[in-house]
Design a binder for this molecule. Structure first.
Ligand code: CMC
Length: 392
């Protein structure tokens, strides 16, 4: 018995206090530890952003060098993980491989599953940030049937990831610095977004005292859905279905139809009720990447036209549905050479910094309890058991 607030989807329930990320959904602002994401994208780098999210402040030059060193020296995964990967079917979705392999890390790093020890917590965090690009690249290589590429630690984080994905045997692979910088900025944009479904999942999983690798695997699983991180893959699929600008009005009409479950993917957000600042930056990165690779992608034109048409439509204006982070990211990643199935895997490697920061904050907050929502029971009242022979 008890009186509970019924809040499906937690639209009005704060589950925690947090000092990490601030979203002002009306103004369209996103701050990591007080710094606008646009500034971090323009002037910082992803590992610095990871440090900021984890420790609360930007690193000094020495702290940065030390952090970068520690991350780059944890990039390998245990060689036995190769056999774990080989258990998957070749046509597995990379996100299926990610969910499994990130969870499997808990079987390899027993020391850093001692969450009572702050030192071990930090080692686990660094391990996870360091290994996610390796795992995501392995998931990609495995599903394409190509050999795994080991990390090359003199490269920076984003360049190393691109090399692990796109380098092939017997060919000299040179990382394009423009694409590496674009990837780094994409990672910053995705690094955290306060209590999104996957971060809340990580916190909920962690609230029971589960080890951090298992908690991040839970986050990866939650991110996969098309209402969350899976929207980048789904949005590109939708743009391909639209195909040309003339077909846009029909898709807008479907999105507005209350009897049609179709939604414009890459549009709308629970918190951003004005233009998602990440979408604006991503749009710019997309244009730059397309110019760098020399591709005139007709779907980019479709996307821009779709945005214009939606922004001029009363339905989208009234409901405050703007393009979100996932709208232009698929086009950008595709231009960089990633197949659609990898888009959400890239998102999950970037969001690991935020998940870890949220998990660390929760574990060190003495007011946190196990997450245990209540329910309003609407099922049958007490009934008498009837043996199977007597059930009619
Ligand atoms: N297209 C058409 N109508 C929409 C859309 C859309 N993309 N999004 C919301 N609506 C409508 C919805 O039908 C509802 O209308 P009504 O009030 O008449 O029933 C109203 O807007 C509010 O929608 P909601 O589902 O109650 O809003 P929510 O806060 O629960 O959902 C959302 C947020 C992101 C799940 C939703 O906007 C959506 O499904 N968008 C498409 C998927 C997507 O792009 N997801 C990525 C989110 S951003 C990055 C990330 O988190 O990974």
């Amino acid at each position: 018995a008890g009186i509970f607030t019924y809040d499906p989807g937690f639209t009005s329930t704060a589950s925690c206090e947090s000092k990490i990320t601030y979203v002002d959904g009306d103004a369209g602002h996103l701050l990591y530890r007080g710094y606008p994401v646009e500034d971090l994208v323009a002037r910082g780098d992803y590992l610095e952003t990871c440090y900021l999210l984890l420790y609360g402040d930007l690193p000094t030059a020495r702290q940065k060098a030390d952090f970068d060193y520690r991350v780059t020296h944890h990039t390998m995964v245990h060689e036995q993980m190769v056999r774990f990967f080989q258990g998957f079917r070749r046509d597995s979705h990379p996100m299926a491989v990610m969910v499994g392999s990130v969870g499997a890390l808990s079987a390899f790093y027993h020391d850093s599953t001692d969450i009572a020890d702050p030192h071990q917590r930090m080692i686990a965090s660094i391990r996870m940030i360091a290994k996610m690009p390796t795992i995501a690249a392995m998931a990609y290589k495995y599903t394409t049937g190509q050999p795994f590429v080991y990390p090359k630690n003199e490269l920076d984080y984003a360049a190393n990831f691109l090399r692990m994905c796109f380098s092939v045997p017997f060919e000299e692979y040179k990382v394009n610095p423009v694409l590496a910088r674009a990837m780094d900025r994409i990672l910053i944009l995705h690094a955290d977004n306060e209590q999104g479904a996957s971060s809340s999942t990580v916190r909920l999983a962690g609230s029971s005292g589960a080890n951090p690798f298992a908690c991040i695997a839970a986050g990866v699983a939650c991110l996969w859905g098309p209402a969350h991180g899976g929207a980048n893959e789904a949005a590109l699929k939708m743009l391909a279905e639209i195909g040309k600008p003339e077909r846009i009005p029909a898709f807008i009409a479907r999105a507005k139809d209350p009897d049609d479950p179709f939604r414009l993917l890459g549009f709308g957000h629970r918190v951003y009720k004005s233009y998602d600042p990440r979408a604006r930056v991503m749009h710019g990165i997309c244009r730059e990447v397309l110019a760098e690779v020399g591709v005139a992608d007709p779907l980019f034109e479709v996307a821009e036209e779709l945005e214009r048409a939606a922004m001029a439509d009363e339905y989208f204006v009234e409901k405050k549905l703007f393009p979100n982070l996932d709208f232009y990211s698929g086009l950008t990643l595709r231009a960089m050479g990633f197949p659609p199935a990898m888009f959400t895997a890239v998102f999950s490697l970037a969001r690991t910094a935020g998940w870890i920061a949220q998990w660390m904050e929760m574990i060190s907050d003495p007011s946190q309890k196990i997450g245990r929502p209540r329910q309003l029971y609407t099922g049958a009242t007490r009934r008498d058991y009837v043996p199977v022979a007597k059930r009619g």
